[in-house]
Unconditional design. Structure first.
Length: 478
């Protein structure tokens, strides 16, 4: 009996050991699966963010086409040079100082003005997950300066514009980013109770940058256009018609390129793509990014065709109406329902048209309507979240139409961004103008910057000296 009891005890012991071994193996397998899942999620997020970043980067091709089509033939290369300068200089400034000021917050910092760590990408090598974020945000940074180049086209010296680009991408834009997107800035930080706040109430809402990106660029564009002055003869009734852009097809293609890139700009701002909720959010963002520009572009096109002189079909106005709707919905694309996106687009179109007419009346020469599109509609985009966005729909909305209290924060943010950007832009542009480093002389403007300082001296090898675009010769009957 003793031997039988001993055998049974040994059997139970062996079964227990086997069970422990199986549990250990199971735990190891679960740990391996969790690690594989984390690697898979990381890979998926990286693919998503790189794709979105490349789409945002591709927007510079759209800006280049749009701006070159809007200027006269004799200044085509000059505006393209500025677009190339913005990207190359902008990313280098982002590497050296822009990214540290924008996202270099230290833990538990009381500083709500600007970051101060990560210069020259220090620390990112140990945290390689941040590299994709650096690239995505760097593409945003360069976009702000490109907006300014179009407004000041055809009469701005390259060295003056280059100086402003350095300071915009190094200081002006990154500080605004820190305020709104770093999680530690004046417009969006976490208090001691773990709640997101701003200095004046609820945390600032700007999902993809109506205020942080476009308002900054639009205000810089307005300051630059005013200080550099209008192109020679721009508002002279005898020569006014000579300032039409040289290629409407370029403008349309540029608009489509920008719209296409906006699907990286807005949906890519989810920052991740490894779970169902984020995927659904990106889908909503894409829908809203489609509806708002559709209604805004059609509205401007119809207004100019039926109500506003000369009551003709204005393709350029159609393009800018589309861009106005895109800018307006960028802040709230993740927080509003599709019908609200349509309403935001309608108001955006009306505001764009009104601002464009006002600039003409005031004699402000904004070549591409950068301020009406990006400045006015960027401001409207952030203010719209003070009205729209239902908190009961689970999208983070807090609009007044649904009982929310978001408007005060949005208004304060718009005021703060405007004052900061305008103040520093004037401090940069005005000395440049007084030093003779900003405005081209009349001789340059008459002849065109391409022939005066570029090689080759014309953008196209046209078959006719009087033609501003390549001419095709067609034989009848061939």
């Amino acid at each position: 009996l003793k031997a039988l009891a001993c055998v049974r005890a040994c059997s139970r012991f062996l079964r227990a050991c086997s069970l422990i071994a199986k549990m250990t193996t199971l735990e190891a397998r679960v740990a391996a699966l969790e690690e594989a899942r984390a690697d898979y999620n990381e890979s998926l997020d990286t693919i998503w963010m790189l794709l979105a970043s490349m789409l945002v980067f591709f927007m510079h091709a759209g800006f280049s086409l749009l701006e070159s089509g809007t200027v006269r033939f004799k200044n085509t290369q000059n505006i393209l040079a500025k677009n190339l300068l913005v990207v190359t200089v902008g990313f280098l400034c982002w590497y050296v100082i822009g990214y540290p000021l924008a996202f270099g917050a230290t833990e538990k910092t009381l500083n709500k003005f600007a970051g101060g760590t990560g210069f020259f990408m220090q620390g990112l090598w140990e945290n390689k997950d941040a590299l994709r974020f650096w690239f995505f945000q760097g593409a945003f940074c360069a976009t702000g300066a490109t907006i300014v180049s179009g407004a000041m086209a055809e009469r701005t010296q390259l060295k003056g514009f280059g100086t402003f680009t350095i300071l915009l991408t190094s200081v002006i834009y990154p500080v605004v980013v820190y305020w709104g997107w770093s999680g530690s800035g004046a417009l969006n930080f976490t208090d001691d109770e773990g709640e997101s706040k701003s200095l004046v109430g609820p945390a600032f809402m700007d999902f993809a940058g109506s205020g942080i990106v476009h308002l900054v660029g639009g205000i810089g564009a307005l300051c630059g256009a005013i200080i550099v002055g209008p192109r020679k003869g721009r508002f002279d009734p005898e020569t006014e018609a000579e300032f039409d852009g040289h290629s409407v097809p370029f403008c349309v293609l540029g608009t489509f390129f920008l719209w296409f890139g906006w699907y990286g700009f807005n949906p890519g701002s989810t920052g991740a793509m490894h779970d169902r909720d984020t995927a659904n959010l990106a889908g909503l963002v894409a829908v809203n990014t489609t509806l708002s520009p559709c209604v805004s572009g059609l509205l401007v096109f119809l207004l100019r065709a039926r109500l506003l002189g000369p009551k003709l079909l204005d393709v350029g106005g159609f393009c800018n109406g589309i861009l106005a709707g895109l800018v307006a919905i960028t802040a709230g694309c993740a927080n509003v329902e599709p019908w609200e996106a349509i309403m935001i687009g309608i108001v955006g179109g009306l505001l764009y048209q009104g601002a464009s007419m006002l600039l003409q009346k005031l004699g402000v020469d904004d070549v591409v309507d950068a301020f009406p599109v990006h400045g006015v509609c960027g401001l409207w985009g952030i203010l719209a979240l003070g009205f729209f966005g239902n908190p009961d729909e689970g999208m983070g909305g807090n609009g007044a139409f649904h009982g929310g209290d978001q408007f005060g924060t949005q208004l304060f943010a718009g005021f703060l961004i405007t004052i900061w950007t305008a103040g520093l832009s004037v401090m940069i542009f005005l000395p440049l103008r007084l030093l003779g480093m900003l405005r081209m002389g009349d001789e340059f403007q008459d002849a065109g910057a391409d022939i005066m300082e570029h090689s080759p001296c014309k953008a196209y090898n046209a078959s006719s000296e009087s033609s501003t675009v390549p001419v095709l010769t067609v034989k009848v009957g061939s």
